[in-house]
Design a protein around this ligand. Structure first.
Ligand SMILES: C[S@@+](CC[C@H](N)C(=O)[O-])C[C@H]1O[C@@H](n2cnc3c(N)ncnc32)[C@H](O)[C@@H]1O
Length: 566
């Protein structure tokens, strides 16, 4: 870790809470307070309850604000301490609470003293406990030196990159490597909290859910799936968990430093806005333990065997989808697999399509022109080649020598200024006329499926071996699959299900596919299909009949009609 930043510099760079009442709606400033029912839900799911020994345990609230969590924690602590018959001051190290804003911290102290006194703690002890518990400072700076925690609970601040000063940002990124790309500050809070956990310790946060499926959450997901267990995720897209309107959707995540067993994914859509969290904890516990429980209005939940792998997105907005995904991942093969000789790739990027793509068949030697399929050529569902060529500087052995192709040489020399400006040419000046990607000369002649990127629905199209894909087209080749049968499977609502859960949905509803996720689409082995199923899929693909493809796919994947796949 680098030198510590000056605390006051950090504090002045971070937006501070202004003590107006009610608090400002401020997802922007990272200060959003939590409603009591949501606090109780988080504490209950964490097991921070009077039945536990909350005197010996260490509980951390890393960003207390005005004490929405700390107040109820104080009550639960007091009840536990009384039940155990321990002296109050034995709990002086039982809570570590941080707040960067001294004004908010003072309000949190007042709340805590009041709650302790109301719970029967003598005033003097209540003040002493609170003094010992609440610290004004930057949790992210201090966390690596704090004692191991049995509980880390709270609602960390949401602060976008642009609102964090350069010095603080550099410090946080260095200390918390999962805070990558456009990651919000709460990512660093997750990492700090997880690292602070003792063996068996639990981190329960109410927080924006974006990191579970977006790009900037990738490294955090990887950290969690590698070292921690996901116990519970409760998405709350419509439950009113915060005191202010916030643009982010919240979710409760319960993560433990232990081995992954079952996980519960739930989504809460409260019928009664006053008691949204009421009664759901016993239901979730029952589900976890495999007991039948009464349904709670507005709650959908599923038990998952284990958890998703690596840094894959967590489609937690729908419990049914997570459960289905997890089953399909366990039971079927990834699309790209040596076992089926199937490969997924992406077409060629040139870095300067204006020069490298032409419709002029006379521009260079005929052998240097590669028929290129563009996204627009695939829209009808068959490849309708628009007559574009790649001006191809590659052959089977590598980059061609320009001396062998005078017209190609003249063409590239004419455009030299433009193509030499490309990053790839600057990096490798001797290969200044290369495209960014190398062309795989054997690919053109192979039958393959094209999957155009950035569409609302998956759209597999068959190329009989006539064209080479441009870079917005993914392609699938296989030594064992009949391309039309595989095309039928991918065309189905099950294929769509995979790209929806793995893909990133962009503004306007487009799905950004990525080769790494297309590779993970699960498929059976070709030999596991009955001849009738293969025939149906082929016919559905030829007719571009999604419903027909879906009904075969449901049988193959054993997906009942009750599960929303499309
Ligand atoms: C989203 S609010 C949550 C407050 C409280 N936990 C609740 O749920 O109502 C986050 C709080 O974190 C504080 N904060 C921001 N950056 C911090 C940091 N680096 N260390 C400690 N507290 C911080 C903010 O001042 C704010 O009060």
């Amino acid at each position: 870790m680098g030198p510590q930043p000056n605390f006051m510099t950090l504090a002045s760079q971070l937006p501070l809470f202004l003590p107006t009442v009610p608090p400002p709606p401020c997802e922007k400033s990272g200060v959003v307070y939590t409603r009591p029912w949501a606090v109780d839900l988080v504490l209950d799911l964490a097991g921070y309850a009077p039945e536990a020994d909350l005197v010996a345990a260490v509980a951390v609230e890393p960003a207390v604000g005005q004490g929405s969590f700390l107040g109820p924690m104080a009550e639960r602590f007091a009840a536990s301490c009384r039940r155990l018959g321990r002296p109050w001051m034995d709990g002086a190290s039982a809570v570590i609470a941080y707040e960067i804003d001294p004004v908010a911290a003072q309000m949190a102290r007042d709340v805590t003293v009041n709650r302790l006194v109301a719970s029967g703690v003598p005033h003097r002890n209540a003040v002493e406990l609170t003094q010992a518990w609440v610290r004004v400072g930057d949790y992210l700076v201090d966390a690596p030196r704090l004692p191991r925690a049995d509980y880390v609970v709270g609602n960390p601040p949401y602060v976008r990159l642009e609102e964090i000063g350069a010095e603080a940002l550099a410090y946080y990124r260095n200390a918390y490597p999962t805070m990558r790309g456009r990651a919000d500050l709460y990512i660093a809070f997750y990492e700090a909290a997880l690292r602070q956990l003792a063996a068996g310790g639990v981190c329960a946060f109410l927080c924006a859910d974006r990191w579970m499926s977006n790009q900037y959450g990738t490294e955090l997901r990887r950290l969690i799936t590698k070292n921690y267990a996901v116990e519970v995720v409760v998405g709350m897209h419509r439950a009113d968990a915060f005191e202010d309107d916030v643009a982010a959707y919240p979710a409760v995540t319960v993560l433990r430093r232990s081995v992954q067993e079952h996980a519960i994914v739930a989504s809460l859509d409260p019928g009664d806005p006053n008691t949204p969290g009421l009664g759901i904890v016993p239901v979730l516990r029952g589900l976890r333990d495999g007991r039948r429980t009464e349904p709670v209005p507005g709650l959908r939940a599923a038990r998952i065997d284990g958890w998703l792998e690596g840094a894959d997105p967590w489609p937690c907005t729908s419990p049914e989808r997570v459960a289905l995904l997890r089953r399909l991942e366990a039971e079927f093969l990834p699309l790209e697999s040596d076992a089926t000789g199937t490969r997924v790739g992406i077409g060629v990027a040139s870095g300067c399509d204006r020069v490298f793509i032409t419709q002029d068949a006379e521009s260079v030697e005929a052998s240097r022109l590669l028929p290129l399929a563009l996204v627009g050529d695939t829209l009808t569902g068959a490849v309708a080649w628009s007559g574009h060529y790649l001006v191809n500087p590659w052959d089977a052995t590598g980059l061609v020598s320009l001396g062998r192709f005078p017209r190609l040489e003249a063409y590239f020399e004419r455009h030299a200024a433009e193509i030499k400006r490309r990053h790839v040419a600057l990096r490798r000046p001797e290969a200044w006329y290369r495209t960014i990607d190398r062309v795989d000369m054997a690919l053109t002649a192979r039958p393959k499926l094209y999957l155009p990127d950035m569409r609302a629905v998956i759209h597999p199209v068959l190329d009989h071996g006539d064209t080479y894909p441009h870079h917005n087209l993914y392609f699938v080749t296989s030594t064992t699959w009949d391309m039309e049968v595989l095309g039928g499977l991918l065309l189905s609502a099950v294929g769509q299900f995979f790209v929806e859960v793995y893909g990133v949905r962009m503004r306007g509803g487009w799905l950004r596919f990525q080769a790494q996720y297309l590779r993970r689409i699960r498929v059976p082995r070709p030999a596991d299909l009955t001849p009738a199923q293969a025939m149906e899929l082929r016919a559905a693909f030829r007719a571009r009949d999604v419903a027909r493809a879906t009904s075969v796919a449901r049988a193959i994947y054993r997906i009942g009609h009750e599960i929303p796949v499309g």
